[in-house]
Design a protein around this ligand. Structure first.
Ligand SMILES: Nc1ncnc2c1ncn2[C@@H]1O[C@H](COP(=O)(O)OP(=O)(O)OP(=O)(O)O)[C@@H](O)[C@H]1O
Ligand SMILES: [Mg+2]
Length: 149
């Protein structure tokens, strides 16, 4: 049930993030994969914009940025985490329980801690090249979401 898109511009990546956030009004979990500069944060910025944020910074140094939107947005960046234990040590399970929209950049760093029901988004490409975006839903709710998109 996976779905592949080609996105030529940053604005299209942002628009995809907006559509995903709008399709998840009660929160959810989006795991983002892709190299440095692939466009993960651009997609997250779009999701934030859909929730009314005009600024979303990269949480690399803080691991998680929390925004008081509705639903609340929790933007994680696992790049600097050695393993899942470091994520649990920051109260990750409490974040999972708060009914927010969780966006996890570098989800492969913490693959053992990802919820079973989630949307995986893998972005391939860099620089000014188009990005190949593969959406893989896990669980019925996310399958519905991907077919809507
Ligand atoms: N089609 C596109 N989609 C997304 N970003 C694009 C596209 N074309 C060019 N870009 C550029 O690629 C860069 C993507 O940067 P971004 O910070 O989103 O990457 P990232 O995947 O979050 O990297 P990091 O792993 O460092 O956090 C931006 O500078 C953006 O302008
Ligand atoms: Mg990023």
């Amino acid at each position: 049930m996976e779905h592949t898109l080609m996105l030529k511009r940053e604005l299209e990546m942002e628009a995809l993030g907006m559509r995903i956030a709008r399709a998840l009004p009660c929160g959810g979990f989006v795991a983002l994969y892709g190299d440095l500069g692939a466009g993960k944060t651009v997609l997250c910025r779009g999701a934030g914009r859909a929730l009314g944020l005009d600024h979303l910074s990269s949480p690399t140094f803080t691991i998680v940025q929390e925004y008081p939107t509705a639903p609340p947005l929790f933007h994680f960046d696992a790049y600097r985490l050695a393993d899942e234990d470091e994520l649990y040590a920051m109260g990750y399970e409490d974040y999972l329980d708060r009914g927010g929209l969780i966006l996890m950049e570098w989800a492969d760093r913490v693959s053992g801690a990802l919820p079973k029901a989630r949307l995986d988004i893998e972005i391939v490409g860099s620089g000014a090249d188009p990005r190949r975006v593969r959406l893989t839903p896990h669980g019925a709710a996310y399958e519905g979401l991907v077919s809507e998109l």
